[in-house]
Design a protein around this ligand. Structure first.
Ligand code: NDP
Length: 235
C-alpha cells in the first residue's frame, strides 16, 4: 500500500472523525479541518471554514508544508438547516448550499492543483441518501447533496485521464450528533423505513471511503456509493 496525504474536512467529529481514523489506521498521513482548528489526537488539525476560500487556501498551504501535497481529499464538512419549504428563508437555503456544495467546490478545486501535478488523486464527496431520495424539510440540504453528484461526474470527465477519480459516498442515517437531534418518534419512523432496520455507525461509512480512495478502486469514478442499509434503493 502506498502511504498518501489525506485531508478530511470536518474531521474533528462525527463521520469525518471516523474517516480520518480509518486512514490513520491504514498508515496514511492525515490532516483534518475544524472551524476552530481543534481536533482529536492523531491527525494534523488545521482551522478552515469551507465558506471562505482564503481560509481553505491557508489550510492547504499548512498541510502541504507539514505533510506534503494532498492526494486524497474527503469533502465531508456539512450542515443542516431543516425546515419546510414554506418556512425556509433564502438565507437558510444559501447557507446550506454555501457550506455543503460551494464549500466542497472550494476544497476540491484547491486540492486539484496538487493532484494534477502528481497525476494521481482521489476526490471523495460525502453526500447523503437525501440528495437523491429527497426529504421533507430538506429542500436546501437535498439540493446541496444532489449537486455533489454533478461535481463528481464533471471532475471524472475533466480529470479522469489524469489518474484522478471523483466519487460520491451517500450515507443513510448514521449515529452522529446530526441524527441525535431528531426526536424519538422521527427516529423510530426512519428505522422502520430502512431495510437494515438500524442506523449505521460512522465506521461503516469510513471503511467505504477508505476503500474508494485506495489503489484497488482506481477504475471507479463518477459513482454514487450508498451506505444506507438499503434505504435509497433505486436511485
Ligand atoms: P457533524 O454535525 O457531526 O459535523 C459536521 C462537521 O462539519 C464538523 O466537523 C463541522 O466543523 C464541519 N463544518 C460545518 N460547517 C463548516 C464550515 N463552514 N467550515 C468548515 N467545517 C464546517 O456531521 P456528521 O458527522 O453527522 O456529518 C458529516 C457529513 O456527512 C456531512 O456532510 C453530512 O451532511 C453527511 N451526512 C450525515 C449523515 C448522518 O446521519 N449524520 C447522513 C448522511 C450524510 P466544526 O466542528 O468546526 O463545527
Amino acid at each position: 500500500m502506498t502511504s498518501r496525504t489525506v485531508l478530511v474536512t470536518g474531521g474533528n467529529r462525527g463521520i469525518g472523525r471516523a474517516i480520518a481514523q480509518a486512514f490513520l489506521d491504514a498508515g496514511h498521513r492525515v490532516a483534518i479541518t475544524s472551524r476552530d482548528g481543534s481536533g482529536p489526537e492523531g491527525p494534523l488539525a488545521v482551522a478552515a471554514d469551507v465558506t471562505d476560500s482564503a481560509s481553505v487556501d491557508a489550510a492547504f498551504t499548512r498541510i502541504e508544508a507539514e505533510l506534503g501535497p494532498v492526494e486524497v481529499v474527503v469533502a465531508n464538512a456539512g450542515i443542516t438547516r431543516d425546515t419546510l419549504l414554506m418556512r425556509m428563508s433564502e438565507q437558510d437555503f444559501v447557507d446550506v448550499v454555501d457550506t455543503n456544495l460551494t464549500g466542497a467546490f472550494r476544497v476540491v478545486q484547491r486540492a486539484s492543483k496538487g493532484m494534477l501535478r502528481a497525476k494521481w488523486g482521489r476526490v471523495v464527496l460525502i453526500s447523503s441518501v437525501v440528495g437523491l431520495y429527497g426529504g421533507p424539510g430538506q429542500v436546501n440540504y437535498a439540493a446541496s447533496k444532489a449537486g455533489l453528484v454533478g461535481i463528481a461526474r464533471s471532475i471524472t470527465r475533466e480529470l479522469g485521464a489524469r489518474g484522478i477519480t471523483a466519487n460520491v459516498v451517500a450515507p443513510g442515517f448514521i449515529e452522529t450528533d446530526m441524527t441525535a437531534e431528531l426526536d424519538d418518534a422521527t427516529q423510530a419512523e426512519y428505522k422502520k423505513a430502512i431495510p437494515a432496520g438500524r442506523y449505521a455507525t460512522p465506521e461503516e461509512v469510513a471503511a467505504v471511503v477508505r476503500w474508494i480512495a485506495g489503489d484497488e478502486a482506481a477504475y471507479i469514478s463518477g459513482a454514487v456509493i450508498p451506505v444506507d442499509g438499503g434505504l435509497g434503493m433505486g436511485h
